[in-house]
Design a protein around this ligand. Structure first.
Ligand code: MSP
Length: 632
């Protein structure tokens, strides 16, 4: 059996999935579904790229372990993929055991073969964020995360000898046919490599959240070696049956900003491992929001894919993203464009064709069309378009031209709508002698809809099924890829099942209002906590025993607080509002189970509650209650 392996990038679970992530994933899913329909044995993979300093920092901020942090976000990604009908075969997490082991083995193998060596990494370091950045990552010379000053710093690191592969990579980029698509990205990459390749830093010792280097545990493997090898590890490199069968990948799909890593670093790693290179790397453009500038809710630009799917169905979003933006170019998402597309292509063209034609069968044949062929030259055009359509579609998807793919299908839909007007079945119905002709016109439309339903399936699987149900098709064999190339497969006696409109027409103003409301509700819900969350906070009354300013700080006071059981040190930013003496002896409310934190070199074990506005701060005193009393 012919095989096909398509991948999406593995996404960073540093924040929840958004529309940009949906774009690569919907494209890859469409391709996978198309190839499956054509009878290929397919592996379609996606996943999450979970290691690195950024995730470690995010987790620290959220007060959870990195694993707990990524678990929550990965489950959000998976939920979205379910809602969007993403039919992935493998979901790899870089924290999966088999991946961790394989990355370790690969690192050690390359080191033993002299392809990785130990050196010194120099970068810009942000002390509060404990993070290294490259020159290009800095924003106005400052830390891109917190905006503070950075310092140049060295650390010991391992390097992959990327520079040794420069000539071979250039040769591949210049001569391997269709290796990088679209063509413009290929030229960018050639220019980049011609400037000269530096060896690549593949380990770090300044953070821990990564795969330890097997033979030097003070280092973790640095991101790209870990991330890129997911594509072979999920096939169980080196011995797995899937690896033997499916590698090299047929196409890696990704956004344009990571084409460089896939077309330069990844081939070099594969060359170092003596493995064949992927056949194709496709770098699509970015989805931009609103008017090409910032997102604005007042303009109605709700872009939460969960909300969009909930309201309009996954198929509408899948259709929009693939139809609106030529794959390879940047494109705009706005609710206005989205609603326009739904109204014009889905409600007016496709939906209307189905509902008009089934209404006519209902009216003139009482839902059971008996087809008696009566040809006229009026039929030629739709027959011609329909008979060439499957092959055009195949060519479009082989070139990842999703937008052309859909435009070509819609040419048949539009032609059918014109055909109805041209043949005017309502006039044919007035004349009994034209009954056969009437049946032929309606049959041709239903048959076109059958072909359309098959070809839209990879993009709009739900809609495809709905059309087939309304056409009363129960025989799967006339919904196969092969059958989309043949005309006249619907039975001569068709019993249709009329049902509700596929896509109701929408009013932009009403939709914007609804979407904003849904978005607001979701935002509010995000800020809510459950009673379980609240009961995690342990509040007790404490008595302030001692108090003094923290040296080198204008804001902080160091308090010794008796919590009813023991004394503990608490640091509080209230020195502009209270003198140390004025606090001693007061009873306050203490958050007693806060994880310790160091503030200006003093360890704080808890927090005291105070009320504040922009002018003033008042500590909450509960002097009548003894230390140790529970608050809640
Ligand atoms: N983890 C790396 C990829 C490693 S692959 C071995 C990464 N992750 S990411 O979460 O930042 O995802 C990047 C990918 O998400 C992009 O390459 C693109 O596929 C998709 N998109 C994210 N935002 C996007 C848009 N606004 N528009 C289109 N796609 C974008 O990079």
């Amino acid at each position: 059996m012919k095989k096909f392996y398509v991948t999406t990038p593995i996404y960073y679970p540093s924040a929840n999935a958004h529309l940009g992530h949906c774009y690569s994933t919907i494209a890859a899913d469409t391709l996978a579904r198309f190839k499956r329909m054509q009878g290929f044995d397919v592996i379609f993979s996606t996943g999450s790229d979970e290691h690195g300093q950024k995730i470690e920092n995010c987790a620290r901020k959220a007060g959870v372990t990195p694993k707990k942090f990524v678990d929550d976000i990965v489950s959000n990604f998976k939920k979205l993929w379910d809602i969007l009908n993403i039919s992935y075969d493998k979901f790899i997490r870089t924290t999966d055991d088999y991946h961790v082991k394989s990355v370790s083995r690969i690192f050690t193998k390359l080191y033993n073969e002299g392809k990785i060596y130990k050196g010194k990494y120099t970068g810009w370091y942000c002390v509060p964020c404990e993070s290294f950045f490259t020159e290009t990552q800095l924003i106005d010379g400052k830390c891109p995360d917190c905006g503070r000053d950075v310092v140049k710093q060295d650390e010991e690191a391992y390097f992959f000898k990327l520079s040794e592969y420069q000539d071979r990579i250039l040769d591949i980029l210049r001569n391997k046919k269709d290796f990088i698509l679209p063509e413009s990205r290929k030229n960018e990459m050639i220019n980049f490599v011609e400037q000269g390749l530096q060896d690549l830093c593949v380990s770090r010792s300044s953070f821990n959240w990564g795969i330890p280097v097997e033979f030097d545990k003070s280092h973790v493997v640095y991101v790209w070696l870990d991330a890129l090898t997911n594509y072979i590890n999920l096939l169980r490199y080196p011995d797995g049956d899937d690896f033997k069968k499916f590698w090299p990948a047929d196409v890696h799909i990704m956004g344009k900003e990571i084409v460089r890593f896939h077309s330069v670093i990844w081939p070099a790693i594969l060359m170092a491992l003596d493995l064949p290179l992927p056949k194709k790397i496709f770098g699509h453009g970015w989805i931009l929001y609103g008017d090409g500038d910032k997102m604005s809710k007042s303009k109605g630009n709700v872009v939460d894919p969960f909300i969009l799917c909930d309201k309009y169905g996954a198929d509408a979003l899948r259709y929009f993203l693939l139809r609106e933006i030529p794959f390879g170019s940047d494109g705009l998402f706005s609710v206005e464009l989205f609603i326009k597309r739904i109204n014009s292509d889905l409600a007016n063209d496709l939906g209307n064709l189905l509902s008009r034609s089934t209404a006519l069968v209902d009216k003139y044949f009482n839902s059971s069309l008996i087809y008696q062929k009566s040809y006229s030259s009026e039929d030629d055009k739709i027959l011609e378009i329909a008979s060439e359509l499957a092959l055009k579609c195949e060519k479009n998807l082989d070139d990842l031209k999703f937008s052309h793919y859909l435009t070509d299908i819609w040419a048949l839909v539009s032609e059918c709508n014109k055909y109805i007007d041209l043949c005017a079945p309502w006039n044919l119905a007035k004349d009994d002698s034209k009954r056969d002709r009437l049946s032929t016109v309606l049959y041709n439309i239903l048959e076109s809809l059958r072909v359309v339903s098959i070809l839209i399936n990879p993009v709009m699987p739900d809609t495809s099924k709905k059309i087939q149900n309304q056409l009363g098709i129960s025989d799967d064999s006339i919904c196969s890829w092969e059958s989309s190339k043949s005309w006249g497969l619907l039975p001569k006696n068709i019993k249709i099942n009329r049902s509700k409109a596929l896509f109701p027409r929408l009013d932009y103003e009403v939709e914007v209002e609804d979407l904003n409301k849904m978005n607001e509700e979701k935002e509010n819900l995000k800020n809510m906590i459950s009673i379980d969350d609240f009961s995690k906070v342990k509040l007790v009354v404490g008595e302030i025993i001692e108090c003094e300013p923290v040296k080198k700080s204008r804001k902080l006071l160091k308090l010794v607080v008796n919590d009813g059981e023991k004394n503990r040190t608490v640091v509080s930013g209230i020195s502009q509002y209270y003198s140390p003496e004025s606090l001693i002896g007061h009873h306050i409310i203490l958050v007693s189970n806060l994880a310790p934190a160091s503030l200006c070199g003093v360890e704080s074990n808890g927090m005291i509650l105070a009320a504040s506005n922009k002018d003033d701060v008042k500590v909450i005193f509960v002097d009548d209650m003894p230390a140790g009393s529970v608050v809640g």
